[in-house]
Design a protein around this ligand. Structure first.
Ligand code: MRU
Length: 368
C-alpha cells in the first residue's frame, strides 16, 4: 500500500541483512512514520504484545518471522527445544487473534520435518510464504467483496456508497491490502464512489489513528466518527453497509472483533443494514463452535482506557481522562453472534455466516 506515494508492506526482511526484520511501528501513526528493526524473538514478542504491530493477519506474519529469528539463534543441538520455547513466548503475547497460534504451528510443523542444514532457510521461506499468502488472500477478498459495493452503487445510481467500519482491518492490520478495506480500495480504484464512516475505536483509537490515515493515503473519502455515532447514522439511512474485520471467527460464523463491534451489529440488524465481515481463512477457528463462550477475549492494561494519546505542540503525549483514582477495565474484543452477520467475505468468495456456508467454501475442513 501507499505511504506518500511509495509502496510499503507492514513487515519485511531487511534488504541488506537477513538477520533483521523490519516493521512499521504503528504506535506512532498517524503523526510519525517510524520503521523499527527487530533481531530477536524477545523483540518480536514485545512488538506484538505492545502493539508496534497489531491486527490479525499482521500478528500472524510477525509470529512467522519471529519463529525465523528463533531458528537463526537456535543451537544445532537442541534446535527443536529452542524453537518450542520461542513458540510459547510468541503465543503468550496476545490471545484473541487466532492467526498467531496458526502461524507458530505452521512453522513448528515444517521445522520438525526439515533436515538440520536446511532449517534456517525453511523457517525463512515459511515466514515469507505466510506473509505473501496474507497479502494475496486480502487482495482476493477485495476482488470478491467489491461486488457488494458495486451492487449498492448501482441501486443508488452512482451516489457514494456509505460504508461504516470499526477499528482497523486495513492494510496496517495485515501484510497488505487489508480485509475490510480491500473491497473499498478496489471499488475506489474502479471509480465506484465510496465514503467510509471510520469509528474512532476507543480505547486505542485504531480507527481514528490508523484507518483514517491509510484511507487518506489512498485518497478514499472518509469521515471519523465517535464510536457512539453509528446507530444514529444507521437510523438516518446514512450507512449502506457495515464492513468489519475479525481477529477470530468460528467456522460456525461467530465473529470475534474489536470491542464495540457487537453493538454495531445490533444497530445494523435493527436498521436492516447489511453487516459483513471480511477475513482470510487464517482467521477462522476450525475447532470451536460457540464463539460467544469460547473465543478468548484479551483484557489489556486499564491505562489504555484511563489515558489518551495525541499530538500536542509537535510532540506525542499521553493525558489522563479519568479521576486519578477511578478504576477502569479494558476488554479488547467482543463476539458478534452469527445471526447478526449477513455474510463473510473470504479469499474464496462470499458465504453465509454459518457452518454450512463456511464449510461449503472450505470443504477440506469438514470433519469425518
Ligand atoms: O487490538 P488490535 O488492533 O490488534 O485489534 C485488531 C483489530 O484491529 C480489529 O479487531 C480488526 O477489525 C480485526 S484484525 C484484522
Amino acid at each position: 500500500m501507499n505511504v506518500n506515494g511509495a509502496h510499503f508492506r507492514t513487515i519485511w526482511l531487511h534488504p541488506d541483512d537477513t538477520a533483521v526484520i523490519q516493521i512499521i511501528d504503528q504506535r506512532h501513526l498517524p503523526h510519525q512514520f517510524i520503521i523499527e528493526n527487530l533481531t530477536t524473538v524477545a523483540e518480536m514478542a514485545r512488538a506484538i504484545r505492545d502493539m508496534h504491530v497489531r491486527g490479525a493477519g499482521l500478528i500472524g506474519a510477525a509470529a512467522g518471522f519471529g519463529m525465523y529469528l528463533a531458528a537463526l539463534a537456535a543451537p544445532r543441538d537442541g534446535f527443536l527445544a529452542h524453537t518450542l520455547t520461542a513458540a510459547q513466548e510468541l503465543k503468550a503475547t496476545r490471545p484473541t487473534a487466532v492467526n498467531l497460534a496458526w502461524a507458530v504451528a505452521r512453522q513448528l510443523k515444517v521445522l520438525d520435518g526439515a533436515p538440520p542444514e536446511q532449517r534456517i532457510q525453511t523457517a525463512l521461506n515459511t515466514a515469507q510464504a505466510i506473509a505473501d499468502e496474507d497479502a494475496d488472500f486480502c487482495r482476493r477478498i477485495g476482488e470478491h467483496g467489491v461486488s457488494l459495493l458495486a451492487d449498492i452503487s448501482r441501486r443508488k445510481n452512482g451516489e457514494p456508497v456509505n460504508i461504516l467500519t470499526h477499528c482497523n482491518a486495513g492494510w496496517l492490520a495485515f501484510v497488505d491490502h487489508g480485509s475490510a478495506t480491500a473491497p473499498i480500495y478496489v471499488a475506489h480504484d474502479q471509480g465506484i464512489a465510496v465514503h467510509v464512516w471510520v469509528d474512532e475505536t476507543r480505547p486505542r483509537n485504531q480507527g481514528a489513528r490508523l484507518t483514517a490515515w491509510e484511507l487518506g493515503q489512498h485518497g478514499v473519502p472518509h469521515t471519523v466518527i465517535a464510536d457512539n455515532a453509528g446507530g444514529h447514522l444507521m437510523q438516518r439511512g446514512l450507512v449502506d453497509i457495515v464492513l468489519t474485520g475479525t481477529d477470530r471467527t468460528t467456522y460456525t460464523g461467530d465473529v470475534g472483533n474489536k470491542i464495540g463491534t457487537y453493538l454495531k451489529a445490533l444497530a445494523a440488524h435493527d436498521n436492516d443494514v447489511p453487516f459483513y465481515t471480511a477475513l482470510p481463512s487464517s482467521s477462522f477457528d476450525w475447532q470451536i463452535e460457540d464463539g460467544v463462550r469460547q473465543i478468548p477475549v484479551e483484557q489489556r492494561d486499564a491505562a489504555e482506557v484511563r489515558m489518551i494519546q495525541g499530538l500536542h505542540d509537535g510532540e506525542i503525549k499521553q493525558v489522563l481522562l479519568t479521576p486519578p483514582d477511578s478504576p477502569a477495565v479494558n476488554y479488547a474484543f467482543d463476539v458478534t453472534p452469527s445471526r447478526l452477520v449477513t455474510g463473510l467475505i473470504t479469499e474464496r468468495g462470499i458465504c453465509p455466516a454459518s457452518a454450512e456456508g463456511v464449510l461449503g467454501l472450505f470443504p477440506e475442513k469438514r470433519k469425518g
